[in-house]
Design a protein around this ligand. Structure first.
Ligand code: ZN
Length: 456
């Protein structure tokens, strides 16, 4: 499930979310509040942008990309529909980025372009790109030597799992399904596999405690302000029910600001300021919307995300513009895409599962090169620097996956649901490790680019 999916309301159908314990109360807030959702998404980044005058992180990126490359990358990854153009004014060798479509006043940033690919300035060496790796031969049997990989197991879990709504159980005697536990089991096996291939592996979270120092009560005032600014509408409620509904909305907002926004921001800070990985893998399990009878689903699908597809409404926020531009200019996309596609290939081979089918969803764009890999502007893949692959295979509440989770983690093969198979955690970890190894082996075998270490 998405750790930080501020666009949740626009997801539908087979890509829908698991909502454990969700009940249809007689008096409940009306759903689908896209404006409010965008507002909260903006708040996620607002704190970061409070002192962002000058945007100093861009100083090292002037002259690293041509105008044609910049526009091509915008269209391919970040803004297929061209909504960002409303904020841009192109000069003869630069582009000015404005806060509003009026494009008046001082620009937020004026980025200088390279005249030609050959004369582009070298990129800051913040992570190893394919062109760097082509100059780094690997020792025998250690294809990931010299690569630092961060594993980000999704959600907090433990005593916070119920608040996160990332758990469920079907039979009274069953093993509880808690996504944070599943993700950490995968991380444990994946770490071993990647280290055996020579990688240095670091974790954003290795227990069931929050990475953030904040707690829900720290967000009381903020939650009250936000709910007051965008109050939920209640249909057919008495004044008492309305009061109770508002109090509940504030509580839920407090919790969300803690376990989603603050937790992701803390992990991003750790990745960007402490861990400095060459690649980050966000480990999640997907789920499908429960039916009215809450029966386990028969279908089971795979899904992988690359960063991209910032929505027009998100671009109204300067902090979102800033991250869109940074992700474009740091050029994490080529590594991210190659790794995601190789991982997806290996997982399809191991499971034989079909891809998630997205219906009309403005927050998602398909990748024309791979049916299982989509572009999406999630908080984690936006806020983490460097290449990020967001893994979301398997529907936890499908009958097959549920039985495999009940079977637990084990060595070798066992018959589960009539088929001889690995534990689901090892199948997941092995597929990801095989994909990462394949992608990095290809980078290392590729042609060394010019001295400016560009992958474009
Ligand atoms: Zn998740």
């Amino acid at each position: 499930m998405k750790v930080n999916n501020e666009s949740l309301a626009s997801m539908s159908g087979k890509a829908g979310k698991l909502k454990a314990g969700l009940c249809a109360a007689r008096c409940s807030p009306l759903s689908a509040r896209p404006a409010a959702i965008r507002f909260f998404a903006a708040l996620l980044l607002a704190a970061q942008c409070a002192a962002c005058a000058g945007w100093p992180e861009f100083d090292a990126y002037h002259g690293t990309i041509t105008r044609e490359q910049f526009i091509a990358r915008l269209r391919q990854v970040h803004d297929a529909a061209g909504a960002f153009d409303a904020y841009l004014v192109y000069g003869s060798n630069d582009v000015a980025v404005f806060s509003t479509p009026a494009r008046t006043g001082a620009p937020l940033l004026t980025l200088k372009f390279a005249a030609a690919p050959e004369s582009a300035r070298p990129l800051p060496r913040t992570f190893k790109r394919a062109a760097d790796l082509a100059r780094m031969p690997a020792p025998p049997n250690r294809p990931l030597a010299g690569i630092r990989i961060a594993l980000d197991p999704g959600h907090i879990g433990g005593e916070w799992a119920r608040m996160e709504e990332r758990w469920f159980i079907v039979g009274r005697a069953d093993r509880q399904v808690q996504e944070a536990v599943l993700a950490r089991l995968v991380a444990m096996h994946l770490k071993k596999r990647l280290e055996a291939a020579g990688a240095e592996v670091v974790l954003t979270s290795d227990g069931f405690e929050p990475v953030t120092d904040f707690r829900p009560e720290d967000f009381r005032d903020q939650a009250e302000r936000e709910i007051a600014a965008h109050p939920p509408r209640f249909a057919g409620c008495s004044p008492l029910e309305r009061e109770a509904g508002l109090a509940d909305a504030v509580r839920k907002r407090q919790e969300l600001l803690f376990f989603r926004n603050a937790e992701i921001r803390a992990r991003a800070e750790k990745v960007n300021m402490v861990l400095h990985p060459d690649l980050t893998l966000c480990i999640h399990f997907n789920a499908v919307e429960w039916g009215p009878d809450r029966r386990l689903a028969e279908e089971n699908r795979l899904l992988f995300f690359l960063h991209g597809q910032t929505m027009a409404g998100e671009m109204e926020d300067d902090a979102q513009k800033r991250r869109l531009l940074f992700k474009l200019l740091e050029q994490s996309h080529p590594v991210e895409k190659a790794v995601a596609e190789a991982v997806a290939d290996h997982m399809v081979e191991a499971t034989g599962l079909p891809p998630v089918e997205y219906w009309a969803a403005p927050n998602v764009a398909p990748n024309p090169d791979h049916a299982y890999v989509f572009y999406r502007n999630l908080a984690a893949n936006r806020l983490f620097d460097g290449p990020v692959v967001y893994l979301e295979p398997y529907f936890q509440n499908s009958r097959d996956v549920y039985r495999r989770i009940q079977a637990g983690d084990y060595e070798g093969l066992r018959t589960v649901e009539g088929r001889l198979r690995k534990s689901i955690y090892r199948e997941y970890a092995d597929s990801v490790a095989d994909g990462v190894i394949e992608a990095y082996s290809a980078f290392r075998a590729g042609p060394a680019a010019g001295a400016n270490n560009h992958d474009i």
